[in-house]
Design a protein around this ligand. Structure first.
Ligand SMILES: [Zn+2]
Length: 105
């Protein structure tokens, strides 16, 4: 088991795990593992973590995550200022839907 990334929220973590599994990497979400055990961190600092089963797949997993994060068409700026990543069509902060595609093309 090895930690590959820390996600900003559980929805993103779940999406990443899903993408990793599609890429052939056995991954899982480990949430608030340390913080909950120690009882020291406030809830908003207990970010979900994505772990992979097989350490030998770390490089592959990292590449998959990089691809996922760097898809420009999957990132948009919400009216509230939040940068929404990971293919979501709804802002995780304020709940607004992704604005319609701009007519610039
Ligand atoms: Zn928003």
């Amino acid at each position: 088991m090895r930690r590959i990334a820390q996600a900003p929220n559980l929805a993103i973590a779940t999406l990443w795990v899903h993408a990793l599994r599609e890429g052939g990497v056995d991954a899982s979400v480990q949430r608030e593992y340390l913080g909950a055990a120690m009882g020291q961190l406030p809830p908003d600092q207990c970010l979900p973590e994505v772990w992979i089963e097989d350490d030998g797949q770390f490089d592959l997993a990292e590449r998959l995550l990089d691809e996922l994060r760097n898809r420009p068409q999957r990132r948009w700026q919400c009216q509230c200022g939040e940068l929404v990543e990971g293919g979501f069509e709804q802002c995780w902060r304020c709940g607004a839907m992704m604005p319609p595609h701009r007519a610039s093309t």
